[in-house]
Design a protein around this ligand. Structure first.
Ligand code: ADP
Length: 216
């Protein structure tokens, strides 16, 4: 028999971090393809000392190394379709698990549908934390197409060079991804930020949104 006092001492000193509430800043950086998430994520990562996780970058890394995961993602990415959830969610969770001591994360390109959003909430809850908020870069379709075609000249990304694939990515965004904004709006965690202007102007708008509502 373990005495209650001994059990209390044992629990107190051996409790794993996973059972404690962690104060992290976990941002979902949201918006259509080409809205500037990657550019802004880099700046936000530095300012708030977070880990940047871009599912698109992770897939491209896997593809460039010809891994089985990269092979799975390839055909979907080439068409501008979403990579299946089970592949994407597993990859995301692996990446988060490697940085559990971080101050927080910027999720860029994830979640891209409500199944992924539910999976992220459940996963972060299991780690004793949660999504702090979502900030969405608001940019209209014509501006996006212009920007992506411009980026395509140097990005080396096949999906940036073909207007019909870009339009498909925008359709997928409107049909499958946009509901994620509503998902977090219902939790009172979603904010819209005007996404046209200079990089620094947009960065300042994002910081204002984060500082006024998400940072204690
Ligand atoms: P962009 O935001 O400019 O479209 P990304 O690098 O975020 O670029 O995504 C490129 C492609 O990678 C997407 O079109 C999709 O095929 C795949 N992808 C990225 N993130 C996800 C995700 N969360 N779920 C499914 N597929 C994804």
């Amino acid at each position: 028999m373990i005495s209650p006092l001994f059990r209390w001492i044992l629990n107190t000193f051996t409790r794993s971090d996973e059972n404690q509430d962690k104060i992290m800043l976990n941002l979902v950086l949201f918006g259509p393809p080409g809205s500037g998430k990657g550019t802004q994520a880099k700046k936000l990562t530095e300012k708030y000392n977070l880990i940047h996780i871009s599912t698109g970058d992770l897939f491209r890394y896997e593809m460039s190394n010809n891994t089985p995961l990269g092979e799975k993602a390839k055909a979907y990415m080439a068409k501008g379709e979403l990579v299946p959830d089970e592949v994407t969610i597993g990859m995301l969770e692996n990446k988060v698990n490697k940085h559990l001591d971080a101050k927080g994360f910027i999720f860029d390109g994830f979640p891209r549908n409500t199944v992924q959003a539910e999976a992220l909430d459940k996963f972060l809850t299991s780690k004793g934390t949660q999504v702090s908020g979502l900030v969405c870069l608001d940019v209209d379709d014509e501006e996006i197409i212009k920007r992506i075609l411009e980026r395509g000249k140097t990005s080396g990304r096949a999906d940036d060079n073909d207007e019909s694939i870009i339009r498909n990515r925008i359709d997928v965004y409107n049909q499958e991804t946009a509901p994620v904004f509503e998902f977090y709006k219902e939790q009172e965690k979603a904010q819209l930020v005007h996404g046209i202007g200079s990089i620094d102007e947009i960065f300042n708008r994002l910081c204002d949104a984060i500082n006024s509502n998400l940072v204690a």
